[in-house]
Structure formats: structure tokens, C-alpha cells
Design a protein around this ligand. Structure first.
Ligand SMILES: Cc1cc2nc3c(=O)[nH]c(=O)nc-3n(C[C@H](O)[C@H](O)[C@H](O)COP(=O)(O)OP(=O)(O)OC[C@H]3O[C@@H](n4cnc5c(N)ncnc54)[C@H](O)[C@@H]3O)c2cc1C
Length: 360
């Protein structure tokens, strides 16, 4: 069997591991610390239209990823027995307020159907939205999952296909001077192949090495990739509002600078700040939380009566042009990259894993 070594145990790494294991590869994953990754900090939206992506290759990729996601998720849920809380009923609403970016936005046709609703139609569909909204877009194909449940489902599915996940083990460096195995997946005879030096002091070799280490990818290769911090929080409804149907939010509201994602248990996840200057700082701060709470209550005043349940922050793996880094690295025949998914890594991971595996 051909062997693959994946560095990083977030959505990207585990999706690559699952894809390769499904194609018969023997796969190991080095995962320094799943709790530091962006995956468990995400909102879980599958929503290129609500993200207001411009026409172009990233929108096209995200739209393909949105179609690829549901059947892929069904397989992961079946393999793992874990429900990732896919919420696709009714689509997303982008409420517009006087003069804001949503009001000015004209959704590109390539994103899929988009319907402009006047203020009455908007509130008929979503009574919780503020009376100050001047209208809004309905994106009927957008959906969300709970990213922590998805990550659990991925871990269990990987286990079911025999993937070994080495939690707490880091790749410290790459040795790029290894002679590629003749006839191996690294590309035939001769040429440089990468081996991975681990925090245990081992040198691990594989037919394919996949770097899927999110915002930390540049620690191993000189990639144009950097972190953009985002803070999030979760609100709980007051007693008696435990069900979304009982007066809470029905659909995700994605406005200018804030989004509100209702979960099945009635909680509402609020995101997210964009802090490009924060480096690798993952603290949730009073200023960040205050900004999110202000915007959340302005968009849906009913939330003023909710309680603050949890605050957290994560690091989006970002590139200068916001495009992902995908495919074989130039420095070694067996070295591949699946990183730089920025704001859309939950959405992109399954499709990009397929593309990377096709390339391998
Ligand atoms: C606040 C916030 C909200 C978001 N909301 C959404 C959303 O609604 N929808 C969406 O699609 N995307 C969203 N994203 C983006 C999404 O979370 C990321 O794009 C995605 O999780 C990236 O996955 P990843 O596996 O590449 O990286 P990560 O999840 O960051 O995983 C990388 C892993 O690699 C490990 N690692 C790093 N270096 C090494 C090493 N040397 N050796 C071993 N392991 C290593 C780390 O420990 C980490 O666990 C959001 C992100 C943030 C921060």
C-alpha cells in the first residue's frame, strides 16, 4: 500500500486523510493540537454568497464546494455515526441597513439564486430581524454545520478507515534531501522527496506528505500564508425560548460585519472579528466581545435577553490574494499543500481534499 503522512489534524488535514484512506492509502496524521486550530473555532457556514465573494475563481470553487458538501457529509456521518448538525432549511438572510455594504451589494449570478426582499417580506420570513433593516437578500442554497461536531465526525470516520491520528505530535521540520523511492508515488526514480522530522525526534518518510497545518504552514515551507484572528461567541436563549421556533432566530442572518447562526438547540453563534494585526494571539478580548454583542443586538434585538455562554477566537489561514494554496510544492516530488482556506475552510476542505488527492 502507498503511504501518506498528513501534517495537521484540522478540517483540511482530516479531509485529506479520509480521502486518501478511501482510495486505499495507508495514512497517518501528525496533529500538534486540535484545540489551537481554526476548525473548532469556526462558524461552520457553507455560504459563499453571504460572504459576498466577488465573481471569479474563488467564488466558482466555493460554489462547487457547496454542492460537493452534502453528499460528502452524508458519507462522513454514516461512517462515524456522528450528526454534524447540517442546517440547510430555508437558506440564509443578509439583512441590509441604510447605506451599508449589504444594501450596496449586487450578488454575482455565478453564486446561485439570490432574491431581494423588501422590509416586510424580510420580517415575515424572520421576525427577529431589527425593524431598522431596509430589506435583505435571501440565499436559498446556503447552509451551516456545527464545526466541532463535524471535526468529531471526521476524526471518528478517519479511525473507521484505519487512519492513525498522532495527537500531540508536531512536525518540527522537513528534510528535503531524501532520495525519492524509485517507482513510488513520489514521482519515479531520482529527485528530492520530503521526510518529516517530528517532535519525538523521528524521521518519517512516506510516498506523499501533505501539509495541512492551517495558519502555521509557513513554519515548514516559505509559503505566503499568515493568520487573521477572528473572535466568536455563543448566546443562550432565556428559559422558554429553548426552541428556535419559539421566538428565536429561524435562519442565519449574515449582515455587514456580523453574522448570527442559530443552532438546533436554540443557541446562537455570533461572529466574527477580523484582526489582521493580532498575529498568533488567540485570546478573546473585552473589546472584541463588546463589538460582537453590539452588532448582534442591533441586527436582532431579541438577543439582548440571551445569556453569554462562551467566547473564543481562532486564526484564519490566509494568503495575500485570499486564494487557497493547493497542490504539489516545487521543493520536493512527494510534497503537497492543502492550506490557506481563509474564511471558507469548513466549506472548502472536502472538495479541496479531493483535488489534492487527484493531484497526488
Ligand atoms: C472565527 C472564525 C470563523 C470561521 N467561520 C467559518 C465558516 O463559517 N465557514 C467556513 O467555511 N470557514 C470558517 N472559518 C475558516 C475555517 O475555520 C478555516 O479556514 C479552516 O478551519 C482551516 O482548516 P485547516 O485544517 O486548514 O486549519 P486548522 O483548523 O487551523 O488546523 C491546522 C492544524 O494543524 C496543526 N499544526 C500546525 N502546525 C503543525 C505542525 N508543525 N505539526 C503538526 N500539526 C501542526 C495545528 O495544531 C492545527 O490543529 C472560520 C475561521 C475563524 C477563525
Amino acid at each position: 500500500r502507498r503511504s501518506a503522512l498528513v501534517v495537521g489534524g484540522g478540517a483540511s488535514g482530516l479531509s485529506c486523510a479520509l480521502e486518501l484512506a478511501g482510495r486505499g492509502w495507508s495514512v497517518s496524521v501528525l496533529s500538534r493540537d486540535t484545540s489551537e486550530g481554526a476548525t473548532r473555532a469556526a462558524g461552520g457556514m457553507l455560504a459563499p454568497q453571504a460572504e459576498r465573494l466577488e465573481e471569479g475563481p474563488l467564488l466558482d470553487l466555493c460554489v462547487r464546494a457547496r454542492s460537493h458538501f452534502p453528499p460528502w457529509l452524508q458519507r462522513v456521518e454514516r461512517l462515524s455515526g456522528v450528526d454534524a448538525n447540517l442546517c440547510s432549511r430555508g437558506g440564509f438572510l443578509a439583512p441590509a441597513f441604510e447605506g451599508d455594504a449589504v444594501q450596496r451589494w449586487r450578488p454575482p449570478a455565478a453564486g446561485g439564486p439570490a432574491t431581494w426582499l423588501g422590509p416586510e417580506a424580510l420580517r415575515a420570513l424572520e421576525p427577529a430581524v431589527s425593524e431598522a433593516a431596509v430589506g435583505g437578500w435571501l440565499f436559498e442554497r446556503e447552509a451551516s454545520v456545527d464545526p466541532r461536531a463535524l471535526h468529531d465526525a471526521l476524526l471518528t470516520s478517519c479511525g473507521a478507515l484505519g487512519v492513525r491520528v498522532l495527537e500531540g505530535v508536531s512536525a518540527c521540520s522537513l528534510n528535503l534531501d531524501v532520495e525519492a523511492a524509485a517507482g513510488g508515488a513520489a514521482g519515479g526514480s531520482g529527485g528530492a522527496a520530503a521526510a518529516v522530522i517530528t517532535s519525538d525526534g523521528a524521521e518519517l518518510r512516506a510516498d506523499a506528505v501533505v501539509l495541512a497545518c492551517g495558519a502555521w504552514a509557513r513554519e515548514l515551507l516559505p509559503l505566503a500564508s499568515f493568520p487573521i484572528k477572528g473572535q466568536m461567541l455563543r448566546l443562550r436563549p432565556p428559559p422558554g425560548h429553548a426552541q428556535r421556533e419559539a421566538g428565536g432566530l429561524q435562519r442565519t442572518l449574515f449582515g455587514d460585519g456580523v453574522y448570527l447562526i442559530p443552532r438546533r438547540d436554540g443557541a446562537v453563534v455570533v461572529g466574527a472579528t477580523e484582526e489582521p494585526g493580532a498575529g498568533y494571539d488567540r485570546r478573546a478580548t473585552a473589546g472584541g466581545v463588546a463589538q460582537l454583542l453590539d452588532k448582534a443586538v442591533a441586527a436582532a434585538p431579541v438577543l439582548a435577553d440571551y445569556t453569554l455562554d462562551e467566547v473564543w477566537a481562532g486564526l484564519r489561514p490566509t494568503t495575500p490574494d485570499r486564494m487557497p494554496l493547493l497542490g504539489r510544492a516545487s521543493s520536493a516530488l512527494n510534497l503537497h499543500v492543502a492550506a490557506g482556506y481563509h474564511r471558507n475552510g469548513i466549506l472548502l476542505s472536502p472538495l479541496c481534499a479531493k483535488l489534492v488527492a487527484d493531484g497526488i
